[in-house]
Design a protein around this ligand. Structure first.
Ligand SMILES: [Cu+2]
Length: 129
C-alpha cells in the first residue's frame, strides 16, 4: 500500500516535470515564429510594370484574423485595393491587390501573428519605373 502511494507521488512529479519541459520546448522552439521567406515584388526591387498585387510568403502559417498589409505611396497615401488577406489556399501567403500605379517608390507595411502567438511586423519598398 505504502509503495503504491510512493509510486503515485513519483508519477505525479514526473508528469509535472514533463509538462514543464514541454512548455519550455514550445516557448523556445524554433520555427514557430513567422519570418518572411520572400516577397513579390522583392525588397528594394526596381520594376517596370505595375504589379497586380503584392505577395509576401512567410516560413510558417499566419493567423488569418490578424494579418495586415498596406501599400503606401511616397506621400504615405494608401494605394492598395484594401483587400489584403491571407491566401485562402496558402496560410503562409499574405497578399493584397493593387490598381495600375504611376511610377514612383512604394512602401509595403505588414503585420502578422504566427501560430505561436508572436506578432511580427515589417516593411519594405520597391521602385516602379
Ligand atoms: Cu514566435
Amino acid at each position: 500500500m505504502r509503495a503504491r502511494a510512493r509510486w503515485r507521488r513519483v508519477l505525479a512529479r514526473g508528469a509535472v516535470l514533463i509538462g514543464a519541459g514541454a512548455l519550455l520546448l514550445s516557448a523556445g522552439g524554433a520555427g514557430a515564429h513567422a519570418f518572411v521567406a520572400r516577397s513579390e515584388p522583392r525588397t528594394g526591387a526596381t520594376i517596370v510594370e505595375s504589379p497586380a498585387q503584392v505577395r509576401i510568403w512567410f516560413d510558417g502559417p499566419i493567423e488569418r484574423l490578424y494579418a495586415v498589409i498596406a501599400v503606401l505611396d511616397r506621400d504615405k497615401r494608401r494605394v492598395d485595393k484594401g483587400d489584403g488577406r491571407v491566401s485562402p489556399s496558402d496560410d503562409r501567403l499574405l497578399e493584397v491587390g493593387l490598381p495600375p500605379l504611376p511610377p514612383g517608390r512604394y512602401r509595403v507595411s505588414w503585420s502578422v501573428v504566427a501560430r505561436d502567438g508572436h506578432t511580427r511586423e515589417g516593411d519594405f519598398s520597391f521602385l516602379l519605373k
